[in-house]
Design a binder for this molecule. Structure first.
Ligand code: PMP
Length: 468
């Protein structure tokens, strides 16, 4: 009994000590914040940049060394340093993301106008207007009638996984094991799952801007930091491997590539793609290659499945190739271990893609004719958009190598694409997405080629009349 009483006393004493240490940590954080605030005002008064990634990285390295010496787990150190830095930024009133316009806000406004009965020339939509293959619709019907209306394996039904294997083998000569494939709710979830798999709280991932906004938002959603590498129209939207390497930090885990690109239509040359992969390999980065637009390629488009990356997750979709956006079906291809994590995430979040949709998706993979037809129409639309844009002296643009967008830039230095897009919608009934949605591109806007030719021509002519 005495021994037990002694132990209880010791436990109580230890708990008190832990509480004291925890309070000490909070006091230290308060002190740290006060210092950060002073740093903020010095930087502001001297006009120095508020955000300094190099300083942050040096701090992380130093603290990691200390943590290692004292046996504190690396992941915990990364998390804590990241939280401290965010907190310091909050007290210094630094907006971590910088404010940006979102494509979603344009979409909401456009839909409202349309509901009010206004005609809108939709050059904003990120989806092709083509119908899905008839065989897909038919297969979904049959599946529904045949009561394929249940939960399935979270990875996807074996028949679809097998059909994907055959498809990838014939298209990319890639021999995927079934364990390397996961069917997902759209390419969007595949991208999210890839990011959640490769990037943990406090770590960072690189994106090449201009970029599809979800990359940055999803990286931040999992508690990571998005490091953006800027590209410019002047450089034909090509990223420089040197610049990429220079911006890699000790906590950088992944790089997101997207060719053909949304919003620029850029496809990098295979040699540049390989150089980027070499940099990624050297720094142990997982390459997340989002190839949703690969069927709309009008120049040789490198795929991550051709090899060259030590660690990769490919994400793709049925949405664009077969115009199946509303079916919500996509997939990921990667190593077994990452695939396991993605399957687990899918099973936690939504169990499976609807069974009858998966039966439809099998038919899509066989619908080569429709994929070709869609591609040829997009090729024609790119040419037509180019002809129309060439007649607008105030705009410069890169002629897309692929995808379904053009991302022109106004020549006038003071041009503000957000204001322009707003008045273009209100006064001329044409909707485009301002460039700030894709990064720091205030003079650019995205024109989608997801609408018929006549609509594209009419829309671009109205744009031309308004450009200074
Ligand atoms: N990646 C990119 C670059 C996209 O533009 C889109 C769609 N806008 C997606 C992924 C996801 O599309 P979905 O979820 O319809 O497959």
């Amino acid at each position: 009994v005495n021994v037990l009483a002694e132990k209880k006393k010791e436990l109580a004493r230890l708990r008190d000590e832990v509480a004291l240490k925890t309070i000490e940590i909070i006091k230290l954080i308060a002190e740290r914040n006060r210092l950060a605030k002073r740093i903020g005002s010095v930087k502001r008064s001297e006009g120095l940049p508020l955000d300094d990634e190099k300083v942050e990285d040096e701090l992380l390295r130093e603290v990691l060394r200390e943590g290692e010496k004292r046996g504190v787990e690396r992941q915990l150190v990364v998390k804590i340093v990241s939280s401290l830095i965010s907190e310091a930024k909050r007290v210094q009133e630094i907006d971590p993301g910088g404010s940006r316009g979102s494509p979603m806000s344009v979409l909401t406004k456009v839909v409202k106008l349309q509901r009010e009965g206004k005609r809108v020339i939709r050059l904003d939509v990120g989806e092709p207007d083509f119908p899905p293959p008839a065989a897909v619709v038919e297969a979904c019907h049959e599946a529904l009638k045949g009561e394929k209306t249940h939960y399935t394996e979270s990875r996807g039904i074996p028949e679809l996984v097998e059909a994907l294997r055959t498809y990838l083998k014939s298209k990319s000569h890639f021999d995927a094991k079934p364990e390397q494939l996961v069917v997902t709710v759209g390419g969007r979830f595949a991208v999210y799952a890839a990011i959640a798999t490769a990037v943990k709280e406090g770590e960072s991932a690189m994106i090449i801007e201009p970029a599809w906004p979800a990359y940055k938002e999803q990286i931040e959603f999992v508690g990571g930091k998005a490091i953006s590498v800027q590209t410019s129209l002047e450089d034909g939207w090509g990223p420089s491997p040197e610049k990429i390497e220079e911006r890699i930090r000790s906590n950088t885990k992944a790089i997101v590539l997207n060719y053909p690109s949304n919003p620029t239509g850029k496809i990098v040359k295979p040699s540049l793609f390989r150089e980027i992969l070499e940099v990624a390999n050297e720094h142990n980065l997982t390459v997340i290659s989002d190839e949703v637009y690969d069927s709309y390629s009008f120049a040789p488009c490198p795929s991550i499945l051709e090899g060259g990356a030590d660690s990769f997750i490919l994400t793709s979709s049925f949405s664009k190739t077969w115009a199946m956006t509303g079916f919500r079906v996509g997939y990921a291809v990667c190593d077994r271990e990452s695939a396991e994590k993605i399957v687990r995430l899918a099973s936690l979040m939504y169990t499976s893609v609807p069974e009858f949709i998966q039966y439809g998706a099998i038919k899509a993979l066989e619908s080569e004719e429709e994929a070709t037809r869609n591609r040829e129409q997009m090729r024609e639309r790119i040419a037509i958009a180019g002809r129309e844009l060439d007649r607008i002296p105030g705009l410069e643009y890169y002629r897309p190598d692929g995808a379904m967008y053009v991302f022109p830039e106004a020549r006038e230095e003071s041009f503000d694409a957000s204001t322009f897009a707003e008045s273009l919608l209100n006064e001329d009934g044409v909707s485009v997405i301002p460039g700030v949605g894709f990064g720091r591109y205030p003079r650019c806007f995205r024109i989608s080629l997801g609408s018929p030719k006549e609509v594209i021509v009419e829309g671009i002519r109205k744009i031309g009349e308004k450009i200074p």
